[in-house]
Design a protein around this ligand. Structure first.
Ligand SMILES: *Cc1c(COP(=O)(O)O)cnc(C)c1O
Length: 360
């Protein structure tokens, strides 16, 4: 079997060990005589899968006890609506930091439900940096501040969690969750689609401080109400059973093979440094994002010549380095180097970049 190095931004590479484990348990999950795909979500065997997944996530991410962990569907995009429906419930105001396309979409969706103010934006430079703001810029009666911690498309990230004073901070962590330890206590709520760093598409995880649950707008659909999800242990309806099971295997891999998020962070920083160093040393490639805000998960770079970018991606594909084409709104290249991208993948990519450069 030959596996490529897959730099896709999502759905993205999963650890080979996880895929092999799932394959081994595919038709008969631990003597149950069924696949996890086939079993009732109300069965004791499945209940142990979902509760173990939550426990592993809580341990790996060190989630404080007064936060609920919800396993939902609809992707991070559904949370763009669920967040205002559940949290824009006192002044009806929320402040958004626009640092890329996803935060732009999140703000546009929230506008349907209340008064949205743009706290800071980096649209002026096509999101090549993360805009700064101070706690005093926030409207004092805002129900929350929303940020996207890592901007998947543009390859930027907040270099630290911003201070929002007394105002609850909400963050989209889709493309950086589990990449390093993140202090959840700094946030009121975080959410992430699973298909970047947590498992396959179909699962969305929301981690929310308990006291913020239970005050959703009256018009909130049941499926978007965090209280209903929390009261039913994420089983108000059928959960994405198999995606949750895969997320469990990923958590086990993080704990047992990687040794936790501290170790994952060391590996991820080393991988990102290797790739950025190669780009910085190159006379052909140039990093797209400003240095201070460079993402360690999504590395964006260009040659400055569209045809050369295309030639690079085409040749790379032939070498088994796939999905390097940048997002259609940015162009150039993007190497998504999530947790499951092995260091050999970075080495193969940087070696190929050198070889490509010598032939330009
Ligand atoms: C991928 C992504 C999304 C969209 O996720 P879906 O699961 O497709 O809805 C939103 N925000 C960020 C930061 C992402 O990386």
């Amino acid at each position: 079997m030959s596996r490529v190095f897959n730099f896709s931004a999502g759905p993205s590479v999963l650890p080979l060990k996880v895929l092999e484990k799932a394959a081994g348990e595919m038709t008969d999950y631990r003597g149950s005589g069924q696949s996890v795909m086939e079993m009732s979500h109300r069965s004791p065997v499945y209940e142990s899968i979902i509760s173990e997944t939550e426990q592993l996530l809580r341990t790996n991410m060190q989630i404080p006890g007064h936060y609920k962990v919800l396993f939902l569907q609809g992707g991070a995009t559904t949370q763009f609506a669920a967040v205002p429906l559940n949290l824009m419930n006192h002044s009806g105001k929320a402040d958004y930091v626009i640092s890329g396309q996803f935060s732009q979409k999140a703000a546009a969706e929230a506008e349907r439900f209340g008064d949205v103010h743009v706290l800071a934006s980096s649209a002026d430079k096509n999101f090549t940096y993360v805009p700064a703001f101070s706690a005093t810029d926030i409207r004092p009666d805002a129900d929350y501040v929303h940020i996207c911690l890592n901007n998947t498309i543009f390859g930027t990230r907040f270099s630290e969690i911003p201070d929002t004073g007394q105002i609850p901070l909400v963050a989209d962590l889709s493309s950086c969750v589990l990449s390093e330890p993140i202090d959840i206590s700094r946030f009121a709520l975080v959410y992430a689609g699973a298909q970047k760093n947590m498992g396959p598409a179909g699962l969305t995880v929301v981690i929310v401080r308990e006291d913020l649950i239970g005050n959703a707008k009256d018009c909130t659909p049941s499926m978007l109400d965090y209280k209903i999800a929390a009261d039913h242990d994420s089983m108000y309806n059928t959960p994405p059973c198999y995606a949750i099971y895969m997320a469990k295997l990923v958590q086990e891999w993080l704990r047992d093979d990687i040794g936790g998020l501290e170790n994952m962070a060391v590996i991820n920083r080393r991988k990102a440094k290797k790739l950025y160093d190669a780009i910085d040393a190159s006379s052909v490639f140039k990093a797209s994002a400003e240095k201070a805000n460079r993402s360690i998960m999504n590395v964006t770079f260009i040659t400055g010549d569209k045809e050369l970018d295309q030639a690079f991606c085409t040749k790379a594909e032939k070498e088994g380095l796939v999905n390097l084409k940048g997002h259609r709104s940015v162009g150039g290249m993007r190497a998504s180097i999530y947790n499951a991208m092995p260091e050999e993948g970075i080495e193969a990519l940087t070696a190929f970049m050198k070889e490509f450069e010598s032939n330009v």
